[in-house]
Design a protein around this ligand. Structure first.
Ligand code: AMO
Length: 447
């Protein structure tokens, strides 16, 4: 691998600046450093002022100045500080602080609207500023590392990463959550999933994967639905249900094991006990019909038309059923064999039982529920045509997709992992909106 040298002009600027993470070491005590960043927290006392500085890597360190030197400094002002490193156990985030000698100001911030304890609503309205909070910094770093290891996982398998359009003509996960757009003189939609395009790629590239936004006009406000989410999807020719489940559990385990090593500080900051994330494949596989029986035995009921009732075979598992089911587990589980009637047109049926689909969802433990969905695809042209007809979908829109069954159809399958759902579980967050820089929901499209 070739290592890139920093361009010289950046080098010049950086030469006097040290990143905070490189400073906080016993061997550095007594040495002088220059750091730059933003005033993350500020405590002004009569004689001394304590400024917690956050640098561009999101790390913070306390600096101490004589109050008269920093009288005009405000929260989120951008500054450059030179000082001598000392130890003080009372200093937050590691017990080190810089005894300030010199301070230079880039910009004095206006009154910053976000304080330490804020309502979720304000944090969403002022999201462009809220992403400076330590909590969101930690979450976004973990998210970035999830993507890094997802890529590494597929790279190790030598699967090809591909790109699919996000403006499409047809629905894949049902018309009720489609976002229509005007595409010149035609009606088009924002893509709900890249799956159909991934299916096309396998004929020339073999196993493929992609990461792209998917869009769902989710009309319900829930803690696990976004209108725009990041979707990691994969598709494989000549595969089996067993293979698909193995890939998913290995992917999730690989990412988690690496995250625990690389993002320890962020998990600590978020108060997330990472020993709760000790998982090893294989994850339990539960048959859908057994799950329904089990939930009935537990006296679990869902609400329908204002009345409570037991689950029947043929009901989809909703948030509450999945919460109840996964509460007792400390590892993810797979639910396999959902009824074909509740699955989209492309899902393959079991040859031993036409009503059973060859599909599986991975549900995260402790009540979090579905994080992946996938299975084998209907590869028979006649059956697929019939399913498209039965669902009332326009045959013309899917004609290109039917070509994949006309020209060298093979058994194949894949899955989709919702990155924010996954992250929500990993950081033990109540609300999925916390896992996105700029969340899009039914009630929010700004900032
Ligand atoms: P599905 O619709 O189940 O399947 O989506 C796959 C995964 O995407 C995530 N997800 C969501 N995350 C946040 N907000 C939403 N509104 C949302 N909707 C879905 C979930 C879910 O498990 N094409 C199929 C998958 C396949 O068979 O390959 C599909 O899209 O984590």
């Amino acid at each position: 691998m070739i290592t890139l040298k920093r361009i010289s002009s950046i080098n010049l600027i950086l030469s006097i600046i040290t990143f905070i993470r490189e400073i906080k070491k016993e061997s550095n005590v007594g040495r002088q450093f220059t750091i730059r960043g933003w005033v993350h927290r500020l405590r002004k006392q009569k004689e001394k002022s304590f400024i917690l500085i956050r640098d561009e890597k999101g790390d913070v360190v306390q600096t101490v100045f004589q109050s008269e030197q920093v009288s005009n400094i405000t929260l989120e002002s951008s500054i450059q500080v030179t000082g001598i490193l000392s130890v003080d156990k009372r200093a937050p985030e590691g017990g080190y602080e810089l005894q300030g000698k010199n301070i230079e100001i880039f910009n004095i911030s206006e009154n910053f609207p976000i304080g330490e304890f804020q309502s979720l609503d304000l944090l969403l309205t002022k999201r462009h500023l809220a992403i400076r909070t330590r909590k969101l910094i930690s979450i976004l770093k973990i998210k970035s590392t999830i993507l890094k290891y997802a890529r590494l996982f597929f790279d190790n398998l030598a699967w090809t990463e591909v790109q699919c359009p996000t403006i499409v003509k047809g629905s894949i996960e049902g018309g009720s959550t489609l976002f229509p757009i005007n595409y010149f003189d035609e009606k088009a939609y924002l893509s709900q999933s890249a799956q159909l395009y991934l299916e096309a790629y396998i004929f020339s590239l073999g196993p493929v994967w992609t990461i792209s936004p998917s869009f769902r006009a989710e009309k319900s406000r829930t803690v696990r639905h976004l209108a725009e989410f990041l979707h990691l999807e994969a598709e494989v020719p000549w595969t089996s249900m067993d293979d698909l489940l193995n890939i998913q559990e290995n992917l999730v385990t690989f990412i988690i094991n690496n995250l625990k090593k690389e993002r320890t500080d962020e998990f600590v900051y978020l108060n997330r006990n990472i020993s709760d994330l000790n998982i090893t494949p294989p994850f339990p596989r539960l048959e859908y019909s057994d799950v329904i029986d089990d939930l009935r035995k537990k006296d679990f009921k869902i609400e329908e038309d204002g009345k409570k009732r037991y689950l029947h075979y043929g009901d989809d598992l909703n948030i509450e059923s999945e919460r109840m089911l996964t509460q007792q587990y400390s590892t993810p589980i797979f639910v396999v064999g959902y009824p074909l009637s509740i699955k989209p047109f492309y899902v393959k049926s079991d040859i031993h039982d036409e009503n059973r689909s060859l599909s599986a969802d991975m549900l995260a433990p402790h009540g979090f529920g579905e994080i992946t969905s996938g299975g084998l695809r209907e590869d028979d042209l006649a059956k697929l045509k019939e399913r498209i007809r039965k669902e009332g979908l326009d045959q013309n829109t899917y004609d290109w997709y039917l070509d994949l069954r006309r020209y060298g159809s093979v058994i194949h399958g894949g899955f989709g992992l919702g990155i924010e759902r996954f992250l929500r579980w990993l950081i033990n967050s109540e609300d999925i909106k916390e896992t996105v820089g700029f969340p899009r929901t039914m009630s929010r499209i700004s900032p």
